[in-house]
Ligand binder design. Structure first.
Ligand code: ADP
Length: 266
């Protein structure tokens, strides 16, 4: 049933067509607001390191000019701030790419176990430097999906990097196959990234994949997070017609699950 509503600028609304235009306007307004918020966020995220850089340049010109120790220290901090900006721009470009492209290209066959193993290998030095043990559990059989290997690699990288960054001392990547998964209505490959860290409070879970949303803002910034990693993951998984699930137990850890449709049984 449709209720009568007066919308300024549209007039008395009665029934289908006009109501649709009312919804349309609202959606457009929301989209406009989201765009403005996004631009404001990006500007803020970029301006913070930029302001720091400008401050240090000023100091290097003045007080620290003849102090070699201070100069080295400041240059190190400046390098950190510059790489933060670099990471942010890189993530923004990735997000833009996965948000705008409609179809997944290329459509290649991706061997998930090999793909996960290579991601873990790349991240092994980071894990080791933070005393985190990495494990991969995967069945003997080959589990494959169709998709973009680079994008899937980015998904695994973002999730495992987060688990190392925010987790405890152990991260597991688990790969399984299921003949029928309700989430994708068919055969599915399931990838889980499990950590034994502090977990995420339930209030944050529904918003975790929003751009720039952080459960612990201070910690994310301290660890060099851009706040875009999970937004990128969500878009890539959507474009692969998959699902992303997050479960977390405060004090025990988090589980990020990706379910990808696959046509072939192992
Ligand atoms: P960031 O660049 O801040 O890591 P993400 O989009 O990757 O951004 O993640 C969003 C937020 O989710 C993080 O800021 C962090 O608070 C939280 N988060 C993500 N993964 C985990 C995890 N494994 N354990 C605890 N918190 C996590």
């Amino acid at each position: 049933e449709i209720t009568l509503r007066y919308v300024p600028g549209i007039g008395a609304v009665n029934g289908g067509a006009t109501l649709l235009s009312f919804i349309d306007v609202t959606e457009r307004e929301q989209a406009g607001q989201m765009r403005r918020d996004f631009v404001a966020n990006v500007s803020h995220e970029l301006r913070t390191p930029l302001t720091a850089l400008m401050g240090f340049i000023e100091t290097l010109r003045g007080a620290a000019r003849d102090d070699a120790t201070a100069r080295d220290r400041f240059l190190n901090i400046m390098e950190g701030e510059a790489s933060r900006m670099n990471r942010l721009v890189g993530d923004l470009l990735s997000l833009n790419r996965v948000e705008t492209e409609e179809r997944v290209r290329p459509q290649e066959t991706v061997n998930l176990k090999a793909h996960l193993a290579s991601t873990l290998k790349t991240l092994a030095p980071v894990a080791e430097s933070q005393n985190v043990a990495l494990h991969l559990y995967a069945p003997e059989e080959r589990i494959e999906v169709k998709g973009d290997p680079d994008q899937l690699q980015q998904v695994f990288t973002n999730l495992i990097e987060n688990a190392i960054k925010y987790g405890g001392d152990k991260v597991e990547a688990r790969l399984t196959f299921s003949e029928r998964d309700a989430a994708v209505r068919g055969a599915a490959a399931r990838i889980q990234v499990v950590d034994n860290g502090p977990g995420i409070d339930a209030v944050h879970l529904p918003r975790l994949t929003e751009r720039f949303y952080r459960a612990d803002s201070h910690r994310s910034r301290e660890l060099g997070g851009t706040g875009l990693g999970l937004a990128i993951v969500k878009h890539i998984i959507n474009r692969h017609r998959g699902r992303l699930r997050v479960e977390s137990d405060l004090g025990k850890g988090s589980v990020f699950t990706i379910i990808l449709p696959t046509t072939k049984a192992p």
